[in-house]
Design a protein around this ligand. Sequence first.
Ligand code: AMP
Length: 499
Amino acid sequence: MTQSFAELGLAAELVRAVAEEGYTVPTPVQAQSIPFILAGRDVLAGAQTGTGKTAGFTLPMLQLLSRHAHHGGRHAVRALVLTPTRELAAQVEESVRTYGRHMTLRSTLVYGGVGFQAQADALKHGVDVLVATPGRLLDHAGQKTVNLSHVEILVLDEADRMLDMGFIHDIRKVLALLPKRRQNLLFSATFSDEIRQLAGGLLNDPAYVQVAPPNAESALVTQRIHPVDQGRKRALLAHLVRTGDWHQVLVFTRTKHGANRLAEQLCKDGIEATAIHGNKSQNARTRALADFKSGELRVLVATDLAARGLDIEQLPHVVNYELPNVPEQYVHRIGRTGRAGVTGEALSLVSPDEYPYLADIEKLLRRKLEREVVPGFEPGSVPPSGEAQPQPRGPAPRPQGRPRGATAPQRTARQPRRDQPRPERIRDARPAPRPAHEQRASGGDAERQPASNATALFPSSGAVYGHGGRADQRGARPASRERRREVPALLGGATRRGS
Ligand code: AMP
């Protein structure tokens, strides 16, 4: 039986905030974890990006914190969320603000590579929620600009990625700074021996939560790269739409301006297109979405943020007009197609200046994506292609703009396919994370690069919400699959246990 957010025991302020986000029904991980967390239990959850896990821990955490006011201790933190990357930290903190908008709780964000002092200032009078990456958090602890001795709730988000990134020692140092009595929530997509060990030492009589079993649907997305020169992208897109007889295609651009311009140009080319982004009124966006769903509008051009909450059941075609500079975003984007058992196609128009982004994406996916040069749109140079090489564990240097690996077949023929998508949330995270390529250059503490973070992005569940990540599982290494299989064993095969 499907429960509502209110039936899960959430307070009216939170129910209102999720309704404003356009969420009508809790996702499985939310339905399972929220009651346990509200009951004060430790929780071990097997859930990956795209399942709605962030709201799964954020909503009950906010409710527990709202039960009494901040004690106002200098530098004190009441709930600490540790994440592996800046991007995730920023996303989680944005969620805290979004879901907590009708409450008066304070939150802030701490990660490396950006100024220290502003973060120290934000921590000065204490916060209810601190979202942090481990290295910078330890810097603050060392400088006594944060006090972790009053933490009531600890969340380890994407714990497997944190371990893959070599954060175990930092995590242990952070744990040593926390009070003994606290509530612990551990979210992980996969369960290695290391995670079990960490969970064993951390969690006290945990309730187990696991989202739906593996679902073959997530392999239904065909991904392809079309190498093309920047100046020919629009013509190629128009060509693909026409020759493929596409009637519903979501196109991603990196900027609002780019989205507007592309939509205008497509209209001039005779292809009905509209841009949606944060500068457009809610009415305009609702109308565009309705037209898109009804088939009146062939192409919807969107920025990542605008596309987040798009409520469309199935989407046959997703096109990356520009590759995102944060590789995880690619996975979020392509997760918009291939839903509900219907096949989908995710194509990326990649110009030579974007090859480094492509290399980053393929590194995350641990495989090479198929290249297909469309006749008549041959670029000056083609991105290197081949079989993905498994990445070694531990921090790895960023590839110098060229992926590793041998040569993969180049296709020149294309096989158009037909088939079909979700409200929007637009809210700025405060200090914007720097683009991935800048972060990598910085090296250092919390910004160490994931060398093998793909496990978290090869979901074991087919249910993917919003911008959720879903990658083609075919490329996952056997090790990842084995680790996934361990989850039910760890969780006793049950989807829900405990009181
Ligand atoms: P997460 O797995 O936490 O990264 O969430 C993935 C996406 O799902 C985010 O874009 C959320 O905004 C969205 N989301 C979270 N909960 C729900 C829900 N109950 N219904 C629809 N979308 C949701």
